[in-house]
Design a protein around this ligand. Structure first.
Ligand code: FES
Length: 313
């Protein structure tokens, strides 16, 4: 699947990986602020560091340098560069830097594909984490300065884990759903990645859809069983749905996977949940589950029905 990146995003990425002057790939030694977000296992990780010009009053420290180490795709690296560019040379105190949000990163890059919005969120989260580290080192009480933390480091995030694949807690989800105006499960996957791996947390009791419903009111119904699918009288019968899914897998998905030496087997369909197994080169691939999520599920959503979700078996 090809993502559409802005020319600016592509240029920033190319400049960064080539280490051109003015780019920020690297790590500051003995940094005044160190923040991390994401994990390599989950596909994206960012370590953000900054240095300040110290003032006798820590509240007047000024950020003079920022760097990052990022594991991830084009947009993850471009978003990290954007974050540094938005901070460096602006004479910002660390607390003032917290005004930079994920939308500022998206705007700086002149847009990001919807499926890559989580890269901008990762930048904003790493920044907040680094400012928390700076405050700890400099003895600054952020709460006393009126700072409300919204990232994964917020204290109340010691809560129930809703998405086990990404370790996403309920308080964090509730806060981010409101802050980022996330209205659907697809919005959550795009911004936070939660729900984007095995999918088990999506419609489980107390899962993503329940939290969305509690936040915004009743929304998308949970998938039904095959016997009762489709969910409306005008949709396809269960048999027709099976034939449609099978056709898309045969004609669209399988050729793509076979092009990379892999293959796919349609194992079962229950309601809107499609169970698939990857074969060939794809079966041993660490990104297999993600491949299913990104390629198979999105293709089926686009060509059959947006309620479909794919679960790897
Ligand atoms: S538990 Fe949320 S994607 Fe697996």
């Amino acid at each position: 699947m090809a993502w559409h990146y802005s020319e600016k995003t592509k240029q920033i990425f190319m400049d960064a990986v080539q280490g051109k002057p003015g780019t920020h790939l690297g790590e500051i030694e003995d940094a005044d602020g160190v923040g991390q977000h994401g994990s390599i296992v989950c596909g994206d990780a960012l370590k953000f560091t900054f240095r300040v010009r110290r003032h006798e009053d820590p509240l007047k420290d000024i950020i003079t340098e920022a760097k990052y180490l990022t594991f991830g795709c084009t947009s993850a690296i471009a978003a990290s560069e954007a974050l540094c560019a938005l901070i460096e040379g602006q004479d910002l105190t660390p607390i003032e830097a917290l005004r930079i949000k994920n939308q500022d990163i998206v705007d700086f890059l002149e847009g990001l594909p919807q499926q890559k919005i989580h890269c901008s969120v990762m930048g904003a989260e790493a920044l907040e984490s680094a400012v928390v580290d700076w405050a700890h080192k400099r003895g600054v009480d952020l709460a006393a300065q009126g700072v409300t933390l919204t990232g994964a480091g917020a204290e109340e995030d010691e809560g129930r884990v809703v998405c086990k694949c990404f370790g996403t807690t309920e308080p964090y989800l509730r806060r981010k759903i409101k802050e980022l105006n996330l209205r659907t499960i697809d919005d959550i996957v795009s911004a936070l990645k939660a729900g984007g791996m095995c999918g088990a947390c999506r419609y489980a009791p107390g899962g993503l859809q329940d939290i969305l419903n509690e936040t915004w009111g009743a929304g998308e119904p949970a998938p039904t069983t095959l016997a009762s699918a489709p969910v409306d009288d005008t949709g396809p019968s269960a048999f027709q749905l099976y034939r449609q899914i099978e056709k898309v897998i045969e004609e669209t998905v399988r050729p793509v996977l076979q092009g990379d030496g892999g293959d796919i087997e349609l194992v079962d369909i229950k309601g809107w949940t499609v169970y698939c197994a990857l074969r060939g080169a794809c079966a041993g691939c660490m990104g297999a589950a993600r491949t299913l999520q990104l390629i198979v599920e999105q293709t089926l959503k686009d060509q059959v029905d947006k309620r479909i979700r794919v679960v790897p078996v």
